[in-house]
Design a protein around this ligand. Sequence first.
Ligand SMILES: COc1ccc(C(=O)Nc2ccccc2)cc1NC(=O)CCSc1ncnc(N)c1Br
Length: 274
Amino acid sequence: AYNNKSYKWSARDFELGASMGNGKFGHVHVAREKKSGYIVAIKALFKSQLVSSRCERQVIREIEIQSHIRHPNILRLLTWFHDEKRIYLVVEFAAGGELYKHLTSSPKGRFPENRAAKYIYQVADAVNYCHQRHVIHRDIKPENILVAYNGDLKLGDFGWSVHAPSEKRKTMCGTLDYLPPEMIRRQSYNVSVDHWCIGVLLYEFLVGKPPFESEGQDRTYARIVAVDVTYPSYITEGAKDLISKLLKTSSKDRLSLDGVKNHYWVQQFVSEKN
Ligand SMILES: COc1ccc(C(=O)Nc2ccccc2)cc1NC(=O)CCSc1ncnc(N)c1Br
Protein backbone atom coordinates (compact mmCIF):
# COMPACT_ATOMS: atom_id res chain seq x y z
CA ALA A 1 0.00 0.00 0.00
CA TYR A 2 2.91 2.33 0.76
CA ASN A 3 4.02 2.33 -2.82
CA ASN A 4 0.70 3.57 -4.10
CA LYS A 5 1.82 7.14 -4.85
CA SER A 6 -1.64 8.57 -5.23
CA TYR A 7 -3.06 7.35 -1.89
CA LYS A 8 -3.24 10.16 0.67
CA TRP A 9 -2.17 8.81 4.05
CA SER A 10 -3.54 10.35 7.22
CA ALA A 11 -3.49 9.70 10.96
CA ARG A 12 -6.87 7.96 10.55
CA ASP A 13 -5.11 5.07 8.78
CA PHE A 14 -3.18 4.18 11.93
CA GLU A 15 -3.87 3.01 15.47
CA LEU A 16 -1.31 4.73 17.72
CA GLY A 17 0.39 2.55 20.35
CA ALA A 18 2.91 3.20 23.10
CA SER A 19 5.37 6.06 22.86
CA MET A 20 8.97 4.97 22.26
CA GLY A 21 12.40 6.02 23.39
CA ASN A 22 10.80 8.03 26.24
CA GLY A 23 10.91 11.31 24.35
CA LYS A 24 14.56 10.81 23.43
CA PHE A 25 13.63 10.77 19.73
CA GLY A 26 10.87 13.35 19.94
CA HIS A 27 7.22 12.21 19.82
CA VAL A 28 7.57 8.69 18.46
CA HIS A 29 4.86 6.05 18.79
CA VAL A 30 4.54 2.47 17.70
CA ALA A 31 1.53 2.34 15.36
CA ARG A 32 -0.44 -0.22 13.40
CA GLU A 33 -1.70 0.47 9.89
CA LYS A 34 -5.37 -0.51 10.17
CA LYS A 35 -5.92 -2.30 6.86
CA SER A 36 -2.70 -4.30 6.68
CA GLY A 37 -1.86 -4.66 10.39
CA TYR A 38 1.65 -3.51 9.45
CA ILE A 39 3.59 -2.20 12.49
CA VAL A 40 5.44 1.10 12.02
CA ALA A 41 6.97 3.89 14.09
CA ILE A 42 5.33 7.28 13.67
CA LYS A 43 7.20 10.45 14.58
CA ALA A 44 5.11 13.59 15.01
CA LEU A 45 6.88 16.92 14.51
CA PHE A 46 5.08 20.09 15.51
CA LYS A 47 5.01 22.58 12.64
CA SER A 48 5.20 25.41 15.19
CA GLN A 49 8.42 23.94 16.59
CA LEU A 50 9.88 23.54 13.11
CA VAL A 51 8.99 27.08 12.11
CA SER A 52 10.41 28.53 15.32
CA SER A 53 13.63 26.58 14.85
CA ARG A 54 13.71 27.45 11.12
CA CYS A 55 13.81 23.68 10.40
CA GLU A 56 10.91 23.39 8.01
CA ARG A 57 13.12 23.55 4.88
CA GLN A 58 15.52 21.06 6.46
CA VAL A 59 12.71 18.58 7.15
CA ILE A 60 11.50 18.78 3.54
CA ARG A 61 15.08 18.35 2.28
CA GLU A 62 15.63 15.41 4.66
CA ILE A 63 12.33 13.79 3.67
CA GLU A 64 13.33 14.24 0.04
CA ILE A 65 16.70 12.54 0.65
CA GLN A 66 15.27 9.82 2.89
CA SER A 67 12.52 8.87 0.48
CA HIS A 68 15.17 7.74 -2.03
CA ILE A 69 17.34 5.88 0.48
CA ARG A 70 16.89 2.09 0.31
CA HIS A 71 19.42 0.03 2.24
CA PRO A 72 18.96 -3.01 4.54
CA ASN A 73 20.93 -1.29 7.29
CA ILE A 74 19.29 2.12 7.14
CA LEU A 75 15.95 2.75 8.83
CA ARG A 76 13.48 3.53 6.07
CA LEU A 77 11.17 6.51 5.90
CA LEU A 78 8.08 4.75 4.54
CA THR A 79 5.86 7.77 3.96
CA TRP A 80 4.82 11.03 5.53
CA PHE A 81 1.74 13.20 5.86
CA HIS A 82 0.66 16.32 7.75
CA ASP A 83 -2.37 17.93 9.36
CA GLU A 84 -2.80 21.55 10.36
CA LYS A 85 -0.47 21.25 13.40
CA ARG A 86 1.95 18.41 12.76
CA ILE A 87 4.09 16.63 10.22
CA TYR A 88 4.04 12.83 10.67
CA LEU A 89 6.97 10.67 9.56
CA VAL A 90 6.03 7.02 9.08
CA VAL A 91 9.20 5.08 9.73
CA GLU A 92 10.11 1.38 9.59
CA PHE A 93 9.75 -0.23 13.04
CA ALA A 94 12.96 -1.82 14.36
CA ALA A 95 11.65 -4.60 16.59
CA GLY A 96 15.04 -5.12 18.28
CA GLY A 97 14.98 -1.60 19.69
CA GLU A 98 18.06 0.47 20.54
CA LEU A 99 21.50 -1.05 19.96
CA TYR A 100 22.72 0.74 23.09
CA LYS A 101 20.52 -1.50 25.25
CA HIS A 102 21.98 -4.63 23.65
CA LEU A 103 25.51 -3.33 24.34
CA THR A 104 24.93 -2.47 28.00
CA SER A 105 23.05 -5.74 28.62
CA SER A 106 25.77 -7.90 27.02
CA PRO A 107 28.02 -9.92 29.39
CA LYS A 108 30.89 -7.57 30.46
CA GLY A 109 28.96 -4.76 28.69
CA ARG A 110 30.75 -5.39 25.42
CA PHE A 111 30.22 -7.46 22.24
CA PRO A 112 32.27 -10.54 21.31
CA GLU A 113 34.47 -10.02 18.22
CA ASN A 114 32.23 -11.90 15.80
CA ARG A 115 29.21 -9.72 16.69
CA ALA A 116 31.25 -6.49 16.62
CA ALA A 117 32.68 -7.45 13.21
CA LYS A 118 29.23 -8.22 11.74
CA TYR A 119 27.88 -4.93 13.07
CA ILE A 120 30.79 -2.78 11.88
CA TYR A 121 30.51 -4.38 8.43
CA GLN A 122 26.82 -3.38 8.27
CA VAL A 123 27.51 0.17 9.49
CA ALA A 124 30.36 0.61 6.97
CA ASP A 125 28.09 -0.70 4.20
CA ALA A 126 25.22 1.65 5.17
CA VAL A 127 27.49 4.69 5.52
CA ASN A 128 29.23 3.90 2.21
CA TYR A 129 25.79 3.83 0.56
CA CYS A 130 25.07 7.28 2.02
CA HIS A 131 28.43 8.68 0.89
CA GLN A 132 27.73 7.51 -2.65
CA ARG A 133 24.61 9.70 -2.42
CA HIS A 134 26.63 12.60 -0.96
CA VAL A 135 24.94 12.27 2.42
CA ILE A 136 27.27 12.43 5.42
CA HIS A 137 27.05 12.59 9.16
CA ARG A 138 24.67 9.88 9.91
CA ASP A 139 25.31 10.60 13.56
CA ILE A 140 27.10 7.28 14.05
CA LYS A 141 26.93 6.26 17.70
CA PRO A 142 25.19 3.36 19.50
CA GLU A 143 22.34 5.63 20.66
CA ASN A 144 21.40 6.31 17.04
CA ILE A 145 21.49 2.72 15.84
CA LEU A 146 18.52 0.38 16.07
CA VAL A 147 18.24 -3.40 15.72
CA ALA A 148 15.80 -5.12 13.34
CA TYR A 149 13.78 -8.23 14.21
CA ASN A 150 16.43 -10.36 12.42
CA GLY A 151 19.37 -8.86 14.34
CA ASP A 152 20.57 -6.62 11.51
CA LEU A 153 21.50 -3.04 12.41
CA LYS A 154 19.39 -0.11 11.23
CA LEU A 155 21.12 3.26 11.08
CA GLY A 156 18.42 5.57 12.36
CA ASP A 157 18.22 9.16 11.35
CA PHE A 158 16.83 10.84 14.38
CA GLY A 159 16.69 14.32 13.05
CA TRP A 160 18.71 15.82 15.85
CA SER A 161 18.60 18.96 13.77
CA VAL A 162 15.15 19.60 15.17
CA HIS A 163 16.61 19.35 18.68
CA ALA A 164 19.68 21.46 17.95
CA PRO A 165 18.52 24.00 15.38
CA SER A 166 20.86 26.89 16.09
CA GLU A 167 23.90 24.94 17.30
CA LYS A 168 25.33 23.10 14.34
CA ARG A 169 27.65 21.40 16.88
CA LYS A 170 26.85 17.78 17.65
CA THR A 171 27.86 18.50 21.23
CA MET A 172 24.40 20.02 21.71
CA CYS A 173 22.89 16.61 22.26
CA GLY A 174 25.17 14.77 24.65
CA THR A 175 28.41 12.97 24.08
CA LEU A 176 31.53 14.55 22.58
CA ASP A 177 33.14 11.15 22.43
CA TYR A 178 32.41 10.74 18.75
CA LEU A 179 33.67 14.16 17.59
CA PRO A 180 36.68 13.91 15.25
CA PRO A 181 39.65 16.31 15.67
CA GLU A 182 38.72 18.48 12.67
CA MET A 183 35.29 19.18 14.16
CA ILE A 184 36.79 20.02 17.54
CA ARG A 185 39.11 22.45 15.78
CA ARG A 186 36.05 23.72 13.84
CA GLN A 187 37.87 23.04 10.61
CA SER A 188 35.88 22.13 7.55
CA TYR A 189 34.84 18.53 7.54
CA ASN A 190 33.96 16.02 4.85
CA VAL A 191 32.67 12.47 4.52
CA SER A 192 35.69 11.09 6.37
CA VAL A 193 34.31 12.28 9.72
CA ASP A 194 32.14 9.16 9.44
CA HIS A 195 35.28 7.02 9.06
CA TRP A 196 36.55 8.39 12.39
CA CYS A 197 33.17 7.69 14.03
CA ILE A 198 33.21 4.09 12.79
CA GLY A 199 36.60 3.66 14.50
CA VAL A 200 35.15 5.07 17.75
CA LEU A 201 32.08 2.85 17.35
CA LEU A 202 34.14 -0.32 16.85
CA TYR A 203 36.20 0.48 19.94
CA GLU A 204 33.00 0.99 21.95
CA PHE A 205 31.54 -2.31 20.65
CA LEU A 206 34.64 -4.21 21.80
CA VAL A 207 35.43 -2.36 25.04
CA GLY A 208 31.98 -1.17 26.17
CA LYS A 209 32.97 2.49 26.32
CA PRO A 210 34.31 4.99 23.77
CA PRO A 211 38.13 5.37 23.47
CA PHE A 212 38.46 8.99 24.61
CA GLU A 213 35.90 8.96 27.42
CA SER A 214 37.16 11.14 30.28
CA GLU A 215 35.86 13.08 33.26
CA GLY A 216 35.71 16.57 31.80
CA GLN A 217 35.03 17.90 28.29
CA ASP A 218 38.52 19.39 28.08
CA ARG A 219 40.18 16.10 28.93
CA THR A 220 38.07 14.32 26.28
CA TYR A 221 38.97 17.01 23.69
CA ALA A 222 42.66 16.72 24.57
CA ARG A 223 42.61 12.94 24.20
CA ILE A 224 40.77 13.17 20.86
CA VAL A 225 43.17 15.65 19.27
CA ALA A 226 46.11 13.61 20.61
CA VAL A 227 44.42 10.37 19.47
CA ASP A 228 45.26 9.08 22.94
CA VAL A 229 43.81 5.53 22.73
CA THR A 230 44.71 2.65 25.03
CA TYR A 231 43.63 -0.90 24.19
CA PRO A 232 42.71 -3.40 26.95
CA SER A 233 44.75 -6.64 26.82
CA TYR A 234 41.82 -8.68 25.46
CA ILE A 235 41.69 -6.60 22.23
CA THR A 236 43.23 -8.67 19.42
CA GLU A 237 45.92 -7.39 17.01
CA GLY A 238 43.45 -7.47 14.09
CA ALA A 239 40.89 -5.31 15.89
CA LYS A 240 43.62 -2.88 17.02
CA ASP A 241 44.93 -2.68 13.45
CA LEU A 242 41.50 -1.77 12.06
CA ILE A 243 40.65 0.78 14.78
CA SER A 244 44.08 2.45 14.48
CA LYS A 245 43.61 2.81 10.70
CA LEU A 246 40.37 4.72 11.29
CA LEU A 247 41.41 6.92 14.24
CA LYS A 248 43.85 9.00 12.20
CA THR A 249 44.14 12.74 12.87
CA SER A 250 44.46 13.54 9.20
CA SER A 251 41.18 12.62 7.51
CA LYS A 252 42.90 11.60 4.26
CA ASP A 253 44.87 8.90 6.12
CA ARG A 254 41.73 7.13 7.36
CA LEU A 255 40.92 3.69 5.95
CA SER A 256 38.20 3.71 3.27
CA LEU A 257 34.83 2.11 3.99
CA ASP A 258 35.58 -0.65 1.47
CA GLY A 259 38.85 -1.08 3.36
CA VAL A 260 36.83 -1.61 6.55
CA LYS A 261 34.53 -4.18 4.91
CA ASN A 262 37.51 -6.06 3.40
CA HIS A 263 39.79 -5.81 6.45
CA TYR A 264 41.13 -9.26 7.44
CA TRP A 265 39.82 -8.90 11.02
CA VAL A 266 36.26 -8.29 9.68
CA GLN A 267 36.47 -10.83 6.85
CA GLN A 268 37.36 -13.70 9.22
CA PHE A 269 33.91 -13.29 10.87
CA VAL A 270 31.74 -12.02 8.02
CA SER A 271 31.28 -14.81 5.48
CA GLU A 272 31.17 -12.86 2.21
CA LYS A 273 27.55 -13.71 1.31
CA ASN A 274 27.15 -11.55 -1.79
C1 LIG B 1 14.08 7.03 8.94
O1 LIG B 1 13.92 7.43 10.27
C2 LIG B 1 13.80 8.77 10.50
C3 LIG B 1 13.81 9.77 9.50
C4 LIG B 1 13.70 11.11 9.85
C5 LIG B 1 13.59 11.45 11.19
C6 LIG B 1 13.48 12.87 11.60
O2 LIG B 1 13.12 13.14 12.73
N1 LIG B 1 13.84 13.79 10.66
C7 LIG B 1 13.83 15.17 10.89
C8 LIG B 1 13.06 15.78 11.88
C9 LIG B 1 13.11 17.16 12.05
C10 LIG B 1 13.94 17.96 11.24
C11 LIG B 1 14.70 17.33 10.26
C12 LIG B 1 14.64 15.97 10.08
C13 LIG B 1 13.57 10.47 12.19
C14 LIG B 1 13.67 9.13 11.83
N2 LIG B 1 13.72 8.06 12.73
C15 LIG B 1 13.37 8.15 14.04
O3 LIG B 1 12.94 9.15 14.59
C16 LIG B 1 13.50 6.90 14.86
C17 LIG B 1 12.33 6.79 15.85
S1 LIG B 1 12.74 5.70 17.15
C18 LIG B 1 12.41 4.13 16.51
N3 LIG B 1 12.10 3.97 15.23
C19 LIG B 1 11.88 2.71 14.77
N4 LIG B 1 11.94 1.63 15.54
C20 LIG B 1 12.24 1.77 16.84
N5 LIG B 1 12.29 0.64 17.65
C21 LIG B 1 12.49 3.05 17.37
BR1 LIG B 1 12.95 3.27 19.18
